[in-house]
Design a protein around this ligand. Structure first.
Ligand code: C2E
Ligand code: CA
Ligand code: CA
Length: 744
């Protein structure tokens, strides 16, 4: 224990100190002064000493147990668990503190379970202790009071018999079963006070006991389920003996005081213990959530190999910078591409390739001032953001400096590597004032160098010509929606535990007359920019609803998830289409689910919040899509009307996952559950991943391993075919998908 911390401020809050003072006082008084807690001197002393330590702790304000557990109930304490969020961004080690540290905390356990335990366990312990104390007290109390009663009655009887003076009212006491005067040999001597039971069996037993001659002590024995106490007193000089038989009395009223004092003590202790543990666990849990959110956020904005920000992180930084500078301070966005990197990777192996990237990133860090931004965009592309003072030609000088640093020979594991690189750059605010656009322009310039003999190129509008396909997409989308060139494919989601089909996600495809199937990533962005996204979403919603109708008519109720763009939330028509479909149309009964990406929600938080609430009230469930890739934080998700989290496939589909990846995935599922969300993992590409998800208690899974996105007919076949293979392999049960039962 670090005793120097004792000099720090108190680690107990006022309520904690007051409770301890009170409970400590009660313990000291009853344990050390009254000896009233138990008949065992040891228990009384231990309880008293425990009480004393609590009084001392509450007076000093420091609990040594808290110090050991690095815990405190005092908000202002200095020794609270530090949340190490110190600049972890620039770490070069792949084990970043933000990612590594959470592994030690409450791993794998649900807060509900722990909280329940924290209350029930102390209560159970205390009740068990109380039951013991009660039992001990009631038996010993009853025995001792009975023995005293019967002995004194025997003495009285003897005195009365010899002197005739004592008043002997106890003769009529209903608990006195028999009074027998006898000689030393057990022969009965009849007297006035004699009381012999009329019941023949009882009388025989009494007389047998008298004849036993063990007349000198009180004895206890059973008769027909009753405890009888016998006490014998003798008048030695007259050879007269009296044996009194006494039925054990009901002493509950006399035991009232000691029992109540023990009960109060037990209840106090139970309350205190469970209050303390619940408080402790909640505090630890809050820290755990904060750390995990930090870890997830770190992962979504950083490249774990080099510790540099990734594209999302860079966009975030650039966005801040653009907002902050407001055109006053020019800067260059410099994108660097390592030439022939795949060649190093292929010939020397991934490990050496990784070392090469780490070396390049540390060279970049050494020449770029700390206040400037540096990022790894993808595999072999880095990006630096450098402030320009006056002459924009400085940008070229900076780029040349970067190139010189990288193109120095590099020795890795005794292998000398000669690295080449190409650089493209764009300039703020001259060429664009938008963060994402600046990166795009600098990329265009970079790609331009590849076809040229130069190694550094600045962006020029002439380089930025749309290729034929992009042009065809931009000009043809509206026609495509109107002329039926779009179609929907569906990808199943299954229940991880049972293997049952949970629903399908509708994904749009464009059957282009020239370019055949165009995937959504190639046109959704344009649809959003051009405003066509509302028209597209309306088409998707109505097509999916028609599909739902067709399936319902075949006896299959399959929930369908539709992807929404944030722009859609502002379109009243779309909201009324959703409302109609969910309350009167073919999506009734919870058959519609909507998916919104994390960033879509974050960017327009107030609006999204309001609309999502309205949608949820219609019985439509809402998923946060691509969870983990955006800037969401758990604190706002807690208040959001979200029912489902879809963990992005970058967290799920990892080649050779290490312990950190597994823990991160596991805690994302765990935190999702603690937000009362159902958790779906996307991008499941193999059986190991599915196993892992099952072990982590993930609810639903989606991915190529289960099924690729396919046409509605193929979905029906898939259900038919997989009712055995999918379900029997994974659950060893004969459970069929719900919808199969409907079909049958
Ligand atoms: P998303 O919503 O995350 O959809 C899942 C994407 O992951 C789909 O790509 C799907 O084909 C793909 N995928 C599924 N399983 C796996 C797997 O195991 N491994 C890998 N590597 N990928 C898998 P798709 O269909 O190309 O869609 C891409 C994105 O386009 C979607 O991502 C969604 O954001 C958007 N999108 C698709 N359809 C629509 C639509 O109707 N409306 C809107 N607004 N966006 C759509
Ligand atoms: Ca989706
Ligand atoms: Ca997704």
């Amino acid at each position: 224990m670090d005793l120097t911390r004792l000099s720090h401020s108190s680690n107990m809050c006022f309520a904690d100190r007051a409770t301890r003072l009170f409970v400590g006082g009660v313990l000291v008084y009853t344990g050390l002064f009254q000896y009233g807690l138990s008949d065992s001197a040891l228990i009384n002393t231990l309880a008293g000493v425990f009480g004393l330590t609590n009084i001392i702790a509450s007076v000093v304000g420091i609990c040594p147990g808290y110090l050991l557990a690095n815990f405190s109930t005092n908000k202002n304490a200095t020794q609270d668990l530090p949340l190490d969020q110190s600049d972890s961004r620039q770490e070069t080690d792949s084990q970043h503190p933000a990612v590594a540290s959470y592994t030690t905390n409450l791993k794998g356990e649900s807060i509900h379970r722990i909280l329940l335990l924290s209350i029930t366990v102390p209560v159970a312990i205390v009740l068990a202790v109380f039951a013991y104390l009660f039992f001990e007290l009631s038996t010993s109390y009853r025995e001792s009071s009975d023995t005293i009663a019967v002995t004194s009655i025997a003495e009285m009887a003897l005195l009365f018999e010899s002197t005739g003076e004592a008043s002997f009212a106890d003769y009529r006491n209903e608990n006195v079963v028999a009074i027998v005067f006898h000689d030393a040999y057990g022969n009965v001597i009849p007297t006035v006070l004699e009381k012999i039971p009329s019941d023949p069996k009882l009388r025989r037993m009494v007389l047998e006991q008298v004849a036993l001659k063990n007349n000198d002590s009180a004895r206890k024995f059973e008769f027909h389920g009753n405890s009888l106490i016998k006490s014998t007193e003798s008048l030695v000089d007259r050879g007269l003996h009296v044996s009194v038989f006494y039925k054990s009395s009901d002493t509950s009223s006399t035991m009232f005081y000691p029992l109540v004092s023990r009960l109060v003590f037990a209840v106090l202790l139970a309350l205190w213990l469970s209050g303390w543990t619940a408080h402790y666990i909640l505090k630890r849990y809050t820290e755990y959530v904060a750390k995990n959110s930090e870890a997830i956020r770190f992962r979504s904005t950083h490249d774990l190999l080099t510790g540099l920000p990734n594209r999302t992180g860079l966009e975030e930084m650039l966005h801040e910078r653009v907002t902050q500078y407001k055109n006053n301070q020019a800067f260059a966005v410099i994108t660097v591409d390592i030439a022939n990197f795949h060649y190093f990777n292929d010939t020397l192996g991934h490990k050496l390739g990784d070392k090469l990237l780490i070396e390049i990133s540390s060279r970049l860090k050494s020449i770029i001032h700390s206040h400037e931004s540096l990022a790894r965009l993808n595999g072999d592309e880095f990006c630096a953001v450098i402030s320009l003072n006056g002459d924009h030609n400085d940008a070229f000088d900076e780029a040349a400096k970067i190139r010189r640093a990288i193109c120095q020979p590099i020795n890795i594991d005794a292998v000398r590597l000669d690295v080449e690189c190409n650089i493209g750059l764009s300039i703020y605010p001259d060429q664009s004032t938008d963060a994402v656009d600046l990166i795009r322009l600098s990329n265009i310039a970079l790609h331009y160098t590849k076809g040229q003999s130069v190694h550094i190129t600045a962006y020029d509008a002439a380089q930025d010509r749309h290729d034929d396909k992009s042009l065809a997409i931009i000009t043809g989308l509206q026609t495509a929606i109107e002329d039926g060139q779009l179609k929907l494919v569906y990808q199943p989601k299954i229940d991880v535990k049972t293997g049952e089909l949970h629903g399908v996600e509708a994904l749009v495809r464009w059957q282009h007359p020239i370019y055949q199937t165009v995937p959504p990533v190639e046109f959704i962005g344009w649809a959003e920019k051009s405003g066509l996204i509302n028209q597209l979403t309306k088409w998707v919603l109505s097509t999916a609803e028609l599909q739902s109708k067709e399936w319902l008519e075949k006896g299959m109720s399959i929930p369908i998830a539709v992807n929404l763009s944030p722009i859609n939330l502002e379109d009243e028509q779309i909201l009324s289409i959703i409302k109609h479909a969910a309350t009167e149309g073919y999506f009734q009964g919870g058959l519609l689910e909507l998916e919104l990406t994390e960033n879509a929600v974050v960017k327009n938080i107030d609006k999204a919040f309001e609309k999502m609430g309205e949608i949820k009230a219609l019985g439509v469930s809402i998923s946060i899509d691509d969870f983990g890739t955006g800037l969401a934080s758990f604190s706002y998700l807690r208040n959001f009307p979200v029912t489902n989290l879809k963990i992005d496939r970058s967290f799920v589909n990892i080649e050779a996952p290490d312990e950190h990846d597994l823990v991160l995935l596991h805690s994302m599922i765990e935190l999702g559950h603690n937000l009362n969300c159902v958790v779906t993992a996307e991008g499941v590409e193999n059986d190991e991943t599915l196993e892992l998800l099952r072990a982590s208690e993930c609810d639903f899974a989606q991915g190529y391993h289960i099924c690729r996105p396919i046409s509605p007919n193929e979905i029906e076949h898939w259900i038919e075919e997989n009712k055995i293979s999918l379900f029997d392999i994974h659950t060893n049960s004969t459970a069929y998908p719900k919808i199969y039962r409907n079909v049958a």
